[in-house]
Design a protein around this ligand. Structure first.
Ligand SMILES: [Zn+2]
Length: 134
């Protein structure tokens, strides 16, 4: 599966192969324990915003904004789910005026959580740092 996404500077690159992401038992347990989300952890991973979390030991971190949950991907699998305690770099993110969840103003023409049109889109208020992933 080679789903394409656009990066902040407009180039296409292959996304993490979401369909095949492995989910550890630990992550699944933390997801159930720490969130009240109705959707599966896999579905949540696919919806969530890629964020920068310099202090986290992870290959990729995504924010599931409705539950303030951080999904931690490391060494080929989703390893755990943490409460967002402010460790992520939110400077490139916007806030949906309809649901007040954090969104990615570059990627989201409509809010990925509630579907509202995002007023931040295209306004260029966010300075996006290109995330170079190994
Ligand atoms: Zn929204």
């Amino acid at each position: 599966m080679t789903k394409k996404i656009s990066t902040a500077n407009g180039e296409a690159q292959a996304a993490q192969t979401d369909a095949y992401v492995r989910i550890s038992t630990h992550a699944q347990e933390r997801w159930t324990e720490r969130t009240s989300a109705q959707e599966s952890l896999r579905a949540a991973w696919e919806r969530s915003i890629r964020v920068r979390a310099p202090s986290a030991s992870a290959t990729e971190v995504r924010l599931y904004a409705p539950c303030e949950a951080l999904l931690i991907y490391r060494q080929g699998a989703l390893r755990t789910v943490l409460n967002n305690d402010g460790r992520i770099d939110c400077t490139a993110l916007g806030v949906c005026t309809a649901c007040e969840n954090l969104i990615d103003p570059v990627q989201d023409a409509t809010c990925r959580w509630c579907g509202a049109e995002t007023e931040t889109h295209g306004r260029g208020r966010a300075s996006v740092v290109r995330g170079d992933k190994a």
